[in-house]
Design a protein around this ligand. Structure first.
Ligand SMILES: [Zn+2]
Length: 424
């Protein structure tokens, strides 16, 4: 079920987004050189099926050229950096309280997100086919090549920052409606690559924030009368809409299906208790993750005590695991005061290994899971409408309306503290 490892697939490198608009305060020649060496590096990248294979000498030599070219640009922008002491193939952005905005971002991220560092790591980006990345396990945010060119944080890092922010909330023991994921059952696919096997609900929030950031950039370009840049931003927004729409479509179908499954099981449980007349206890997953759970094939509740992710808080995590056809919808929720109930339920289950009459203990868990699904379902409705409105505005080239539309999109993904409690 793979819940112990959180995947934050970043935005894929869009062709549109790699075009460089030479309007920034760096030498055009140096900017071109950076782009050229980067293209050459990409051509030397080992093929996907050789993943885990060796990088050639030519690749390593070219990588050094890319890093040098990036350093030249960062210097010209006035961004302070140093090489990672542990890995000379990585440029770290120096965290500074004042100075260049990129240094300030690195400072803010480090202060507020558990020491998260900001780096430029072309090898990692190429290897993951991403424009920017949030690597939770490494505690790193990786800026895009475009950020290096521009000397400022662009939309892809905004996307990754959103992932980091949500993850940080979870680690602090706060739940969010975008905590969960969908995955394809074996032999099936969902959505579109790179999200065709699994994606986090989080992507919806991350792309929405990214789109609003692009909307803001479009507005700035529009006010400056730079119609080329307005067109570029419009294309970038359209690209992001095209990536996130299939994900919205998957969720739009899978969330109501999962809700129905839960309701059916709850209704029938009044007599035979199938929600809990469940199969035997699922066992421990790994060294650092305790997992116990109930399932009956269509749905299950799994309880994790994940000491890696939550080592400072010893939080429990519950995943409701609901299978409907080719899709498994996994709604995650952080320990919200029902840990004792879970303990009672799982202890009873352990004692005979087959079944428990623990519906009282589990009722609050199921209620919380359902609340999250209801909230997400309503959010998805708002989002679909907001995305449809934005698409119309873009098609009609009504660029002065874009910022208002992207603001609605961002608004629909902001967590409100009272959100969950307003559902039964
Ligand atoms: Zn993402």
């Amino acid at each position: 079920m793979n819940a112990g490892k959180t995947l934050f697939l970043a935005a894929v490198a869009g062709v549109v987004l790699l075009t460089y608009s030479p309007s920034y305060a760096v030498s055009a020649q140096d900017a071109e050189k950076f782009q050229k060496t980067l293209d050459e590096l990409e051509a030397l990248q080992p093929k996907k099926h050789q993943h885990g294979g060796r990088y050639s000498k030519a690749f390593k030599a070219k990588l050094q050229q890319v890093l040098k070219a990036a350093q030249v640009l960062l210097d010209q922008h006035g961004v302070r950096w140093n090489l990672d002491p542990a890995n000379s193939e990585i440029i770290l952005i120096t965290p500074l309280r004042s100075g260049h905005s990129m240094n300030q971002t690195a400072y803010g991220v480090q202060k507020t997100m558990r020491g998260l560092e900001v780096e430029y790591n072309p090898k990692e980006l190429l290897g993951s086919d991403a424009s920017a990345l949030f690597e939770e396990d490494r505690g790193r945010l990786i800026i895009s090549a475009d950020d290096v060119q521009r000397g400022e944080i662009g939309s892809f890092l905004q996307h990754e920052l959103r992932h980091a922010l949500l993850q940080n909330r979870l680690m602090n023991g706060r739940d969010t409606v975008f905590f969960g994921f969908v995955e394809a059952m074996p032999g099936h696919t969902i959505g579109e690559a790179p999200y065709n096997q699994q994606f986090s609900f989080d992507e919806i929030a991350a792309y929405s924030v990214q789109i609003h950031f692009l909307g803001h950039e479009l507005e700035v370009a529009r006010r400056a009368g730079n119609s080329d840049l307005v067109n570029t931003r419009a294309k970038e927004i359209q690209w992001a809409i095209d990536v996130v729409t299939p994900l919205l479509n998957v969720l739009e179908v899978s969330i109501p299906q999962a809700l129905t499954t839960i309701e059916v099981m709850e209704q029938s449980s009044q007599t035979t208790n199938p929600w809990l007349g469940l199969s035997k206890l699922e066992s421990v997953l790994g060294d650092d993750v305790d997992c116990s759970g109930f399932s009956n094939g269509a749905a299950g509740l799994f309880f994790f005590r994940n000491d890696v992710q939550f080592k400072n808080h010893k939080k429990s995590v519950v995943f409701a695991n609901i299978e409907t056809g080719p899709v498994r919808t996994v709604v995650g929720t952080v320990d919200l005061g029902f840990r004792n109930n879970l303990k009672v339920a799982t202890d009873r289950l352990k004692s005979d290994g087959t079944s428990v009459g623990a519906s009282d203990e589990l009722a609050p868990v199921i209620r919380q899971v359902r609340r999250k699904m209801l909230l997400l379902r309503d959010r998805l409705k708002d989002l679909k409408q907001a995305y449809a409105d934005l698409t119309l505005v873009l098609r009609g080239k009504r660029y002065d309306d874009v910022i208002e539309r992207t603001r609605s999109i961002k608004h629909a993904v902001v967590d409100q503290p009272q959100d969950l409690s307003s559902y039964p």
